[in-house]
Each structure stands twice: as C-alpha cells, then as structure tokens.
Design a protein around this ligand. Structure first.
Ligand code: NAI
Length: 269
C-alpha cells in the first residue's frame, strides 16, 4: 500500500480523492486550510514551505503520489489571490515534493485544472507568461488590474473569471512542459492534469449550497450529458492517474466535464 498527499482534502473533489485512496487501503496525508493532517495556506510562500516540510516529515520522505486538488473559483474577490492559490500553490508543492516522488521509484502526480482554461474566452496570455516565469508579484498585480477593468455585469458574479481561467491555463501548460523534463520523465515520475467541468461541490454551489438551484440545461456552458459532475467522478480519475499501473501517460490533460469542452471545441484535439 502506498503513501499519498492530497491537497484540498477537506472538501469537494479533494475529500473524495482522499476517500478513494483510503478506501483502497493507502495512507493519505491531507493538506488544507482546516480539518487536515497538514494545515497550511497554499496561497502564500510560507504556507507552501510549511506544507512541503510537514508532508515530508509525515511521509518519511518518500511519496507514491501527490494529488494537487486545492483551489478556488472565479467568485473569489481577489484575483491576485486566485493566481497564488491556483497556480503558484500546486507548482511550489509539486516542485518541493518531487524528490520524495522520485524516491518511491514510480512517483505519480496529478493536478486539477479546469475546462475553463479552454472554454472561457478571457485567458490572458501575458498573465500566463508571468506565471510560468515564476513572477508571482507581477502576476498578482496584472490579475488585479484586469479585474478592475471588468464590466460590472461580469464583475458581480465572477470578479476573478479572467485570473481563474488563466491560472488553470498556465497550470495545464506547466504540467505539459514539466512532465517531459528529465527531472520528471527520466526519474519515473508521471505528471498529468484533469480538467473538470461543472462539479457539484461547495465551490460551485456557492452561498446557497443547494444543487436544486442549478439546472444543467440553464448552465452558461453546454452540458451534453445533461447532468453535473459529482466529486466522485473526478476522484475516480485522480485514483487512476496515481496507480503504479498507469505507466505510459504523462503530460496529458483529461477533460472530465460531461462533454462541455467537446461541445464547445469539437474540432480541437
Ligand atoms: P471545494 O471548495 O469543495 O474544495 C476546495 C478545497 O481547497 C477546500 O477544502 C479549500 O479549503 C481548499 N483550499 C482553498 N484555498 C486553499 C489554500 N489557500 N490553501 C489550502 N487549501 C485551500 O472545491 P472543489 O470544487 O472541490 O475544487 C477542487 C479543485 O477543482 C479546485 O482547484 C477548483 O478550482 C477546481 N475546479 C472546480 C470545478 C467545480 O465545478 N467545482 C470546476 C473546475 C475546476
């Protein structure tokens, strides 16, 4: 049985992923802002350092897999914080835990992106460039400037929509670039991303927390299957990517979105 770290383990997809791994008999080290083995704020450099140190201490320095699930949505008020949590958090955590994955001999890592990276027409390429260059201060500043320029009808419900989509776009690009570097690929560590669509979690349900308030056929993006996802639908694939038997897939982005991306971009591959 293996040892796995899961961020965002206190809620939604992260909680479902931790449960799937525990049900399979593995040891899970949960990381979250609350109710976790490691309580840490992945939106700050200090919090990320603390998370890496604690996970290394609890795992004894060897990890079979990491699932970087923690994140926030477009309703977050501070677009700068969205970049810090959704992009810089998982990247720093995975960089910090890479040696522990290498020690297992068959390390696996999976990150949760979003189909917003391909379906929201507000991805900011320059913001993605700043993120991929590792310039967190400049990325936060640019994200906040874009937020201030949003028309009020968008800023009301989704003040961080551009930063959100861009954080996930940059994260997917980081996964594809990083997975094929010798430090990952030639050390036997596989790195992939899942791009969920609308999934019924506290993040999506918002203030009412009531699934009955949401109708797949009224959703702003198409939902071909006519249903929203459940956290378990994502956890299933998290578990598959983390299995040692998943030996020949790296740098992949898997859409788990009920068909939204295919409906919006049928000819993209
Ligand atoms: P959720 O809100 O149920 O769970 C997210 C977890 O991340 C929470 O436990 C929260 O405390 C934790 N978290 C947030 N900020 C953190 C920080 N600074 N440090 C440490 N932990 C932090 O949301 P859900 O839906 O399960 O989200 C999981 C991932 O899926 C996120 O990355 C989100 O962006 C992504 N996603 C969600 C979609 C949805 O429709 N629910 C769609 C596409 C992507």
């Amino acid at each position: 049985m293996g040892t796995f770290a899961v961020t965002g383990s206190a809620s939604g997809m992260g909680a479902a992923s931790a449960a799937a791994l525990r049900d399979a008999g593995h040891t899970v080290i949960g990381v979250d802002l609350r109710d976790a083995d490691v309580v840490a704020d992945l939106g700050t450099a200090d919090g990320r350092r603390h998370a890496v140190e604690e996970v290394l201490a609890l795992s004894g320095g060897t990890l079979d897999g990491v699932a970087a699930v923690a994140g926030v949505g477009p309703a977050m008020k501070d677009a700068g914080a969205v970049m810090s949590i959704n992009y810089f958090g998982p990247v720093a955590l995975l960089d910090g835990l890479r040696p522990a994955l290498e020690r297992s001999g068959a390390g696996r890592a999976v990150v949760i992106g979003s189909n917003s990276a391909s379906t929201v027409p507000m991805v900011d390429e320059e913001l993605a460039r700043l993120a991929l260059a590792g310039d967190e201060d400049a990325a936060r500043e640019r994200a906040r400037a874009a937020q201030a320029a949003l028309p009020p009808e968008i800023a009301g419900d989704a003040p961080s929509i551009s930063a959100y989509a861009t954080s996930k776009f940059a994260l997917a690009r980081w996964v594809r670039r990083t997975a094929v570097t010798p430090e990952w690929a030639r050390r036997g560590i596989l790195l992939n991303a899942i791009a969920p669509g609308a999934v019924l979690t506290p993040l999506m349900l918002g203030s009412t927390g009531d699934a009955a308030d949401h109708d797949p056929d009224e959703f702003p993006t198409p939902m071909p299957l006519g249903v929203f996802g459940r956290p378990e639908d994502i956890a299933f694939w998290v578990h598959q990517f983390l299995r040692p038997e998943a030996r020949f897939t790296t740098g992949a982005i898997l859409y788990v979105d009920g068909g939204t991306d295919a409906a919006m971009r049928p000819d993209a591959q």
